[in-house]
Ligand binder design. Structure first.
Ligand SMILES: Cc1cc2nc3c(=O)[nH]c(=O)nc-3n(C[C@H](O)[C@H](O)[C@H](O)COP(=O)(O)OP(=O)(O)OC[C@H]3O[C@@H](n4cnc5c(N)ncnc54)[C@H](O)[C@@H]3O)c2cc1C
Length: 325
């Protein structure tokens, strides 16, 4: 690892004053579960690291009657176990609980989960977000088992964030603060599918800190269902987050968002539409799962993900409505 300056601010103002105008020079350090490995692998070689873990204003979960606020430093374990989150925003708690390693859940933060870099093995081997070698994309004819089935390139990695789909389903926003001021952005716009090699996968600027996640109240029922190859140190193969507003026994409105199928959390409006006016049964949940994968474009080795996505949507809906998948 190359040597770097280390800053230990105690306020957001001090921290943002340390950040730079371009990616690569300075990085924010939270739990370090991703950044440290990127630095050890020389994928990131910052000249300055700004530790934000001593900034008290970034801690804590709070709830009003209209929204939930999750501080940047709240760990995935705190999100999973928080009683307010479990009661009112179950899909988010499910997603955080799904991270299988207790060590990662206790150290990794909610903001870090959104900002973690893709796990695509070509990216992690230094071929960039578009996985190019000698001007040619490596993924379409390469080992694309865990890559995207939606989006159509040129980026084929899948967003690694487990919280992302649930936050998009709830219409959550992130607060981004720089030395110049603060702005809020829908989580659905925070994640971006890069179109060229120097683009990033998030719309955050290098001089910004993600300070909190703001989630509106919404939906009478919700759940996240993940399909994993193993319950060990790994990411899901596919996930589905659903947020449903029931009117009596019928669905009044629904949001269905797939995870780990595209470079961003992937909304499935056809699945949501298929549910309107229906009660949630095995048959209607199956039909929604089928609708969710319309337009999927699997690569040479990942067609299995289409079936997993159908199953994830069906089980998330049954879990949301009846507490069983
Ligand atoms: C073995 C393993 C299994 C995992 N499984 C899953 C899984 O199933 N699902 C899942 O979603 N994740 C999974 N993760 C990822 C884990 O959840 C993330 O690494 C963690 O949440 C990142 O948080 P952190 O605080 O450690 O971030 P760091 O490593 O400190 O930072 C990660 C990135 O985010 C940036 N960053 C962090 N906080 C901020 C902020 N507040 N503002 C601006 N930028 C910021 C950093 O600069 C860096 O680029 C796994 C990780 C490992 C190692």
């Amino acid at each position: 690892m190359q040597s770097f300056e280390y800053a230990n601010p105690t306020t957001v103002q001090e921290a943002t004053a340390q950040l730079g105008a371009s990616w690569g020079h300075t990085y924010v350090l939270a739990g370090g579960t991703d950044l440290i490995s990127l630095m050890k692998e020389h994928l990131e070689t910052p000249r300055r690291v700004v530790n934000i873990k001593n900034i008290k204003e970034l801690e804590g979960i709070s709830k009003t009657c209209t929204e939930l606020r999750i501080g940047a430093l709240v760990t995935m374990d705190e999100v999973a176990r928080n009683a307010e989150v479990r009661a009112g925003w179950k899909a988010i708690a499910d997603a955080a609980e799904g991270v299988p390693s207790p060590q990662i859940r206790h150290v990794g933060t909610a903001a870090g989960d959104l900002c973690q870099r893709p796990r695509c093995w070509y990216y992690r081997q230094g071929f960039g977000l578009l996985a190019m070698k000698d001007g040619q994309p490596l993924v379409p004819n390469g080992d694309n088992r865990y890559h995207a089935i939606f989006g159509g390139g040129p980026a084929y990695f899948v967003s690694a964030s487990s919280l992302g789909p649930a936050l998009v389903a709830y219409g959550a926003r992130v607060k981004l603060v720089s030395a110049k001021g603060a702005r809020e952005m829908p989580v659905s716009e925070f994640f971006v599918a890069p179109k060229h090699e120097t683009a990033r996968e998030v719309a955050m600027r290098p001089d910004e800190i993600l300070t909190e996640i703001i989630v509106p109240a919404g939906g009478t029922h919700s759940a996240t269902y993940e399909v994993r190859q193993k319950m060990a140190l790994d990411w899901p193969l596919v996930a589905a987050a659903v947020v449903v507003e029931m009117k009596g026994t019928a669905v009044g409105s629904a949001k269905v968002v797939l995870g780990h199928v595209a470079p961003t959390p992937w909304p499935a409006p056809l699945a949501a539409r298929a549910l309107i006016g229906k009660s949630i049964t095995t048959a209607s949940a199956e039909a929604a799962g089928k609708a969710a994968v319309e337009g999927a474009q699997p690569l040479s080795h990942n067609a299995y993900k289409v079936q997993l996505a159908k199953v994830a949507v069906k089980r998330a809906l049954l879990e949301a409505a009846h507490g069983k998948a």
